[in-house]
Write a protein of this length. Structure first.
Lengths: 95, 95, 95, 95, 95, 95, 95
């Protein structure tokens, strides 16, 4: 499995419309990439420059997250395209 | 519901003209987006790099805020377009 | 009323020529925006990253300030265009 | 042998498809460079500015790593092209 | 009078050639702006981010300073064009 | 002789192919500059901003180093072209 | 005389070829500016942001220094063109 480094977050884009208990999160058009992702793996968090202290991750495996429209790095695993984001680029948790 | 990460602020643009007790805040032209938003959700605030201390948010749910003309990330929820801003990009509170 | 966040300064551009006790501050040409503004509201000042300490504002409500030629964000209130600047972009106080 | 400085990571791109125990990591097209690399050597890690403390490396010799699509510096050794990355640019470990 | 904020320096460009006791400082061509300025007012100096400590100014009222060719903000006072620079952009004192 | 300042490293590009005990480091094409350099002189290392502590150099006189393809400043000494790099731009030691 | 501020270094470009005891430093072509300069004056060094501590200069009056090909600010004094550099841009001492 991929284990992200630093504050990396590995997500699978969720194409279906229904996302949160309180509402539907819709892609702007059918052709755009979904901005909702399911978190598959997270890094251990960024360390301070001297390696002595670590900033814990706010995003956990299993979370549904709101992603920015652009950015991230595509990775193809088992024929499926996943995406790597930095936690600092993830916009929100969907709850 | 969407729970913003970091210093994120989720807002709904307020299209009506009347905003503050002391005055009207008007869009420049009818075609421009409103620069006034109603805050629907806020993040927990930015943490210092070692994760030990948190800078509290100045913007709270329910606040009306003055937004910059550009920037922010549109999110479509239940057919309505909301916007995510960083608190550091929010210009003012409308009181 | 608008209450600026962070180190925001809300100003009304002063179109008349006479500004200081010691001299006239003139716009370069009649068509240019005035670089003199009257301060209507100020933010509480920038906080350190952990939110523990605040840098007080040097600019106060009622001050006349020298503004850079470019920058700032226009806001239309009651039909009048005001401008938001960051204090760090304000050049000088007119006294 | 090359001994990377700072947080350098020397990798050999792995062309075969099978990478992790749980899945195949595939290049997007046959013509693209593999994003998987085998770590041949690592630096000692970045030092704080006064040289007193060192941030240990998270990536070790023998690790398989996920690389960004762009970046890195090609080095030709014994007719083989290897690549140097900074650890901060390495995306994930493949386990 | 204008009282610069932060590390601002208000200068009047000195058009005559003779500047220092040890030599003439000449503009490159007659058409270029003089790079020598007389300091009319200075700010109180930059503060640290928490507002607790202030870095004193090295440039004082009455100093003649060497200015960079570009930069600065023109201000017209009593029909005369003065210039605002940041102290960090001022190159040297003329003594 | 030239004594580099800060974290400067003065190198002579090594044109021959054989570099390390374990392998040949080859230029990509005959026309490209060699990426291997012999270190002729090094600076004393960067100081912290208050000048009180110094970060020791990792690169020493006599080392063979792997250089980035671009960057560095050419200097002609006795008809020979040498190059100045910052240590932070040197990629690896050849051992 | 000009007294540089901050970490400024005032230099006179040295056109003759012979520079160091161990070798000639030559301009690349006769048309290029010399990269060797004689130091005429130096600033007091950069201060930390709170003004409390100063980083001493490594370059002194009378030193011959290696300059980058680009950068610096020309100043004409007594009909002679001198150049101002920041010490952090000076590459090496010629000894």
């Amino acid at each position: 499995m991929l284990r992200p480094l630093h504050d990396g977050v590995l997500v699978r884009r969720v194409e279906e419309e229904s996302v949160t208990s309180s509402g539907l999160v819709l892609p702007d058009t059918a052709k755009e990439k979904s901005q909702i992702g399911e978190v598959l793996a997270v890094g251990e968090g960024l360390f301070t420059k001297d390696g002595s202290r670590r900033c814990p991750m706010r995003v956990n495996v299993g979370d549904r997250v709101l992603l920015p429209k652009y950015g991230g790095v595509d990775v193809k695993i088992d024929g499926e395209t996943l995406v790597m984001f930095k936690e600092s680029d993830v916009l929100a948790l969907c709850q």
